[in-house]
Write a new protein. Structure first.
Length: 137
């Protein structure tokens, strides 16, 4: 009597099917985690921008829109987002903030925005924070 060694075709097909099911479940979760990580980068960088703006305001009694010139401490690192600061804002922010009063206009205020760059997982995402620490994230 001869002893067979190895796997049968049915056993191999079952293993391939199990691996396929695991991949179908785990790959979308992994991609979603990458997107959340990229968004977290923007959230943290906007917090840093707000703190740097408050430091600039404490020293100069005004906010600045010049990130590179007046806020040299801001070094975002990655290029998934483009950062911008708008000073002396009115209601025309990219997202509705819960401003007190009817108009929402403050002459000594800023809105820092992070816009997702094209070609990245966060393309089209817009996050913002203002001088009152109102944020849409």
């Amino acid at each position: 009597m001869r002893q067979n060694k190895g796997f049968t075709l049915v056993e191999l097909i079952v293993v391939v099917a199990i691996i396929g099911i695991l991949a179908a479940v785990s790959i979308p979760a992994y991609i979603g985690q990458q997107t959340r990580a990229a968004r977290t980068e923007a959230f943290k960088n906007l917090e840093v921008l707000r703190l740097l703006e408050e430091q600039f305001f404490a020293e100069n009694a005004d906010y600045t829109a010049d990130i590179a010139g007046d806020l040299p401490g801001f070094q975002p690192g990655f290029t998934r987002f483009t950062y911008a600061i708008t000073t002396e804002v009115a209601v025309t922010t990219p997202v509705p903030f819960p401003y007190a009063g009817g108009t929402g206009a403050q002459t000594d205020c800023f809105v820092a925005t992070a816009t997702g760059n094209a070609g990245t997982r966060v393309a089209g995402d817009i996050f913002a924070i203002d001088c009152n620490n109102n944020k849409n994230f």
